[in-house]
Design a protein around this ligand. Structure first.
Ligand SMILES: Cc1cc2nc3c(=O)[nH]c(=O)nc-3n(C[C@H](O)[C@H](O)[C@H](O)COP(=O)(O)OP(=O)(O)OC[C@H]3O[C@@H](n4cnc5c(N)ncnc54)[C@H](O)[C@@H]3O)c2cc1C
Length: 435
């Protein structure tokens, strides 16, 4: 794709169209703010990146009037997360007693979710998504960020600049923009890494998603309708060792833990190419912003897979950003104080969520992965699954999180969609000076 049709100037440039970038793009466009989202890949059909749409996101979709459309997407709904242990079935998350409108977790392939959000965003004239455009660096003048340098990744591969009043880094855990900004990140470490794989489903398989816990193995299995999206959790740094033992070692482990998979593993896992490796990282920025630049989602804070909340936190960041910045953006003046408000709003939920994840990692993961005795349920897991109030609290943490964001009503001006007459004057001056 040629990047020649990209504007040279906009109000907001968002690097990356994952959950954070897509949702922020939609909400700003809906408020009438001109926004350009740059995404390096041609589509969203990439490796598995998580499916869990929790109550907090369902609430946002309802507030945006998108719940009905969302419900048409292929999805599995579950009211609980069960763990199959050698001692019987434990319920880790029970969403049936959550407060509020939503008492279930929806599992939706991330590509369907992102296609849905961006299709909705494209109905607004001030929204532009350009795929196959990689952000390579930042335009900096007088100590402020004034936009991005980019490179087309298609056949043309042309380079260019997009100037913006505000640049948002929503380019994920390996963020190029964050690196270019020089904002320091704090790493918290994780005791495990994860290997992802797929196996076709068959009649007689367990019903719905679950996690298998057995001697030294913790194996989440996500029901994707026609196939299982499986996760193999391993102690950090042991993948090379495992690879040296050959793919048969993975097949043998899976077959031992889940005998119902017999007969399918040879075809599903022929080589390591049939698996995807996730290096688990937990980190966050001390400061999420510089003049003209804001980092959100995984670019600001990579989350542990514990409780499957990364997508939902990224969306909460996007909602808070749109709530707090749409007005200043429409006025054409965004100060560092405005950007600091976003960090101030989202910092507490991020820190508390990571603290809980790190505690669970510390208490449960080594105990789970290093078990060799016949007892396979670590004591901390017994507490989490068997003591009602603790289980309810953990379920609420997963589904709703801390400090829920609600979509703020916007100026009616932003309601115009493609085909309607434009009602918002977008001739913003690109200013970022202090207010
Ligand atoms: C294997 C795996 C499984 C996961 N499972 C779950 C789960 O079950 N539940 C859950 O809630 N979370 C899960 N997560 C975490 C979740 O995917 C992330 O927390 C969430 O996607 C973060 O959203 P984001 O928009 O901040 O970043 P991302 O989703 O990472 O999106 C960043 C986007 O930016 C693009 N990009 C990157 N660099 C550039 C560049 N230089 N120029 C242009 N575009 C760029 C990328 O292509 C991508 O589309 C999982 C993650 C992984 C990797």
């Amino acid at each position: 794709m040629a990047t020649g049709d990209l504007p040279t100037e906009t109000t907001v440039c968002i690097a990356g169209c994952g959950p954070a970038g897509a949702m922020l793009g939609l909400m700003l466009a809906r408020a009438g703010v001109e926004v350009v989202v740059l995404e390096q890949y041609p589509d969203f059909f990439r490796d598995f990146r998580g499916d869990t749409i929790h109550a907090s996101t369902l609430q946002v979709l309802e507030e945006l009037g998108l719940l009905e459309g969302f419900e048409q997407l292929p999805q599995q709904r579950t009211t609980s997360i069960t763990m199959m242990t050698d001692e019987g079935t434990l319920t880790l998350g029970d969403f049936s007693r959550l407060p509020g409108r939503f008492q279930a977790l929806s599992m939706v392939p991330q590509w369907d979710f992102l296609n849905f959000i961006t299709a909705e965003a494209e109905r607004y004239p001030s929204f532009t998504l350009r795929r196959l455009v990689e952000v390579t660096g930042l335009i900096e003048e007088d100590g402020a960020v004034r936009g991005v340098h980019y490179r087309g990744r298609g056949e043309h591969g042309d380079e260019g600049e997009l100037r913006a009043l505000l640049t948002v880094a929503a380019d994920g855990r390996h963020s190029t923009v964050r690196r270019a900004s020089g904002l320091p990140i704090v790493e918290f470490g994780a005791p495990m890494d994860v290997l992802w794989y797929r196996i076709a489903k068959q009649n007689g398989d367990p019903d719905g998603s679950f996690a298998r816990l057995t001697s030294g193995r913790f194996l989440p299995m996500i029901d994707r309708g026609t196939y299982w999206q499986g996760a193999y959790t391993m102690p950090k740094g042991t993948f090379a060792e495992m690879k040296a033992r050959g793919i048969e070692s993975l097949r043998d482990d899976l077959q031992r833990a889940m005998p119902f998979l017999a007969g399918r593993l040879e075809t599903a896992l022929r080589s390591w190419n049939d698996t995807g490796f996730l290096e688990v990282r937990v980190n966050r920025l001390r400061r999420w912003h510089r003049p003209g630049l804001l980092c959100i989602g995984d670019a600001a804070h990579a989350m542990s897979p514990v409780a499957g909340v990364g997508i939902n936190l990224a969306i909460q960041d996007a909602v808070a950003t749109a709530n707090l910045l749409a007005e200043p953006l429409l006025e054409g003046l965004v100060t560092e104080r405005d950007l600091a408000r976003v960090q101030h709003r989202r910092s507490l939920p991020t820190r508390v969520t990571q603290r809980i994840q790190l505690n669970v990692q510390r208490q449960l993961i080594p105990a789970t992965l290093e078990i060799t005795s016949t007892t396979t349920v670590p004591p901390a897991l017994r507490v989490l699954t068997r003591i009602g109030p603790v289980r309810r609290l953990f379920s609420r943490f997963m589904a709703i999180g801390i400090r829920n964001e609600h979509v703020r009503p916007m100026r009616s001006a932003g309601l115009s969609r493609r085909g309607d007459a434009p009602v918002v004057d977008q001739s913003n001056h690109l200013r970022t000076e202090a207010r």
